[in-house]
Ligand binder design. Structure first.
Ligand SMILES: *Cc1c(COP(=O)(O)O)cnc(C)c1O
Length: 374
């Protein structure tokens, strides 16, 4: 009776859609023999810096390495503290821990992003960076965060992994901080066919530092001033991303239209949708609703062939990796913890049809009210 299968991700749709155009591009890279370094790297870096409104961009091998390089680039050292929210993907905090710094969590707003009002009291003389995370593709309240950053001379390292193209007061994610980290993981809006990421910055010194850091610390073939990493993006991924960059505005437009449709159809006292403020421009890496009886709803939808996800069910301060290293959290992060029990990410990808979304909304309303939407 019910043959639907609405997937959460769109990778097979994307492949069918792009196959014909993408294969010749891959062939060209294979034939060139340029896999590490190569023509697409510089081209794409220039385009991404333009898109984000920064002077520099550096392509890297993952969003996580982009975060690590960003923190090091911003001068964060072992023993320092970095202020960040506890409701991100684990990599935000992992990057802080990897360089020997300590994450200092602060709670989030109802929209899941860092609460700037909690920032000042978390600053100590060890604080060397503030790392806001633009969760779901919604930029944090960067005007307020930036003011505190300036007042206390503490740099901002943006985790913009989910927020390419997102804006706040007309300014792009990636252009607010001293430096910003993005991911091009296959499940992000702007996605490679493997791991990838990049950083954006206006600071030439940091740009040069990370350019050498991603390539063994080499200044040139023979000169190494400090030990680096292997964090470069492959030319093949850069070629795929260069092709896909032309589709990004369409992807964002589709996702935003999907959200509008959800807003018009999904009216229930049991489901809260976060509205977009007029100074925001959200790109909806995920579309999160806050709902009652979340786990039951998720199971119900799964039975109806609707894949959903939870970003993220366990706050980072409750993850074993965190408590093993830093001890059990003494603080409670009430919004974060409450949200972790209510949030559900509904399918939002650019290949959903209007009927898919109508079907999803109907099923949610049937679950709560036993009736269809109108
Ligand atoms: C995806 C993601 C990362 C990590 O990116 P990778 O490319 O998977 O390493 C970091 N932070 C956030 C918020 C993310 O969503």
């Amino acid at each position: 009776m019910n043959e639907r299968n609405i997937s959460f991700t769109a990778l097979s749709h994307q492949w069918n859609d792009e196959r014909e155009e993408l294969l010749p591009i891959l062939e060209k890279v294979f034939a060139s023999g340029k896999f590490v370094g190569g023509e697409y790297i510089n081209v794409l870096e220039k385009k991404l810096a333009d898109l984000c409104g920064t002077k520099f961009c550096l392509l890297l091998n993952s969003g996580t390495d982009a975060l690590v390089c960003s923190l090091i680039g911003a001068g964060v050292k072992a023993g320092d503290e970095v202020i960040t929210p506890p409701n991100s993907f684990i990599a935000s905090t992992a990057a802080i821990a990897h360089i020997g710094a300590t994450p200092k969590f602060i709670d989030v707003l109802p929209d899941q992003n860092m609460d700037p009002a909690k920032l000042k009291s978390a600053i100590t003389d060890k604080t060397s960076a503030i790392m806001p995370v633009h969760l779901t593709g919604r930029v944090c309240r960067m005007d307020e965060i930036l003011k505190i950053s300036v007042d206390y001379s503490i740099p901002i390292v943006e985790d913009a992994a989910q927020a390419i193209g997102s804006k706040y007061q007309g300014k792009c994610a990636g252009a607010w901080g001293l430096i910003a980290a993005f991911s091009t993981h296959p499940l992000k809006n702007f996605n490679a066919c493997g791991d990838g990421g990049f950083v954006t910055t206006n600071n030439e010194g940091i740009y040069k530092k990370i350019k050498s850091m991603r390539n063994h610390g080499m200044e040139n073939r023979n000169l190494v001033k400090s030990f680096g990493y292997v964090s470069r993006m492959d030319n093949l991924q850069a070629a795929i991303l260069d092709f896909r960059l032309d589709k990004l505005s369409w992807i964002i437009k589709k996702r935003r239209e999907n959200v509008q449709l959800y807003h018009s159809l999904l009216k229930s006292e049991f489901v809260r949708l976060e509205t977009e403020k007029d100074y925001e421009y959200n790109t909806y890496h995920t579309f999160v609703v806050h709902c009652e009886r979340r786990d039951e709803l998720q199971k119900y939808l799964e039975k109806k062939g609707i894949n959903t996800a939870i970003h993220y069910p366990i706050p980072i301060h409750k993850q074993l990796a965190y408590t093993e290293k830093f001890g059990p959290s003494r603080e409670k992060y009430e919004n974060c913890e409450r949200q972790s029990e209510k949030i559900l990410s509904l399918p939002i990808h650019q290949y959903l049809t209007e009927n898919d979304i109508k079907f999803i909304c109907n099923e949610v309303l049937l679950f709560y009210h036993g009736k269809k939407s109108t």
